[in-house]
Design a protein around this ligand. Structure first.
Ligand code: ADP
Length: 260
């Protein structure tokens, strides 16, 4: 099955370029075939959202892109370079183009907020400490936490920790941001603030986003394209107005009316 993102220019006047391509990707855990020959592509600058029931394989796609797991078959290409299969050195290079924000924040608990943001840019990108700190302070300002540079993450609320995690991912200047259910571990009153921040980032930057979410309002707002997953397959894809307003597949209709 082939699922293409809409072929529209990411920036007016330029031709669309494909940033992510999965071809024939199969992933099994023991006897459980989670993805079965999946084809999927995301163009530069697009905001693509994966929706569907729990266990349908959405997070697995993000984990494959982050090289936290490997496909059993198929190829993954990012920005024209092979991520899988590829030699280790190339994987390290391609990985720099991808940032991810997890459900559980995954911050380094023993480091200050500032150090959480400077560690990888210094170690992986080779930025000087001063450059990395300047970038980190700018990003903490963007996410509304300029006054928390010296705090340890554990002293922050869940919403604040997730803002730090978003800033940390952006500190690597990735081409694509992967968002895995980033509000599902938050207390309900903290969800809106984090989603508003992501809406702002989607609007004000040219970063490509691939999101897994159960927040249908958010998906509707930020997506150029929504992919409906079921049992490791994309059963329907289209612009949010179509998927949420007039889905073709019965399974999509049932899913959306159950979660809305
Ligand atoms: P979703 O994000 O759509 O909820 P996932 O990608 O998390 O789905 O999971 C898809 C399926 O893969 C589930 O059946 C899950 O139990 C299984 N799975 C995911 N990760 C692992 C793992 N590390 N080991 C075994 N099974 C896994």
């Amino acid at each position: 099955m082939s699922v293409e993102t809409r072929k529209q220019p990411a920036v007016t006047g330029t031709l669309p370029t494909e940033l992510i391509r999965l071809e024939g990707v199969t992933k099994r855990f023991g006897d459980n075939t989670v993805l079965d020959g999946l084809d999927l592509s995301v163009d530069t600058g697009r905001h693509v959202t994966l929706i569907g029931p729990s266990g349908s394989g959405k997070t697995t796609i993000l984990r494959l892109l982050m090289t936290l797991a490997q496909p059993d078959e198929g190829t993954i290409t990012v920005d024209g370079q092979r991520l899988f299969p590829a030699p280790e050195r190339q994987v390290r290079e391609v990985r720099k183009k991808i940032g991810m924000v997890f459900q559980q924040f995954n911050l380094f608990p023993n480091m200050s907020v500032l150090r959480n943001l400077t560690e990888a840019p210094v170690r992986v990108l080779g930025l000087s400490k001063d450059e990395a700190e300047a970038r980190a302070r700018e990003l903490l300002d963007l996410v509304g936490l300029a006054d928390k540079c010296d705090a340890k993450p554990t002293r922050l609320s869940g919403g604040q920790q997730q803002r730090v995690a978003i800033a940390r991912a952006l500190a690597m200047r990735p081409r694509v941001l992967l968002l895995d259910e980033v509000t599902s571990a938050l207390d309900p009153e903290l969800v809106a603030g984090v989603l508003d921040l992501l809406r702002d980032i989607a609007r004000s930057t040219d970063i490509t986003m691939l999101c897994v979410t159960h927040e249908m309002g958010f998906a509707r707002d930020i997506s150029d394209q929504v992919l409906m997953f079921d049992a490791g397959r994309v059963i329907e894809s289209g612009p949010p107005e179509q998927i949420f307003g007039d889905p073709e597949q019965r399974r999509t209709r049932e899913f959306i009316s159950a979660v809305l």
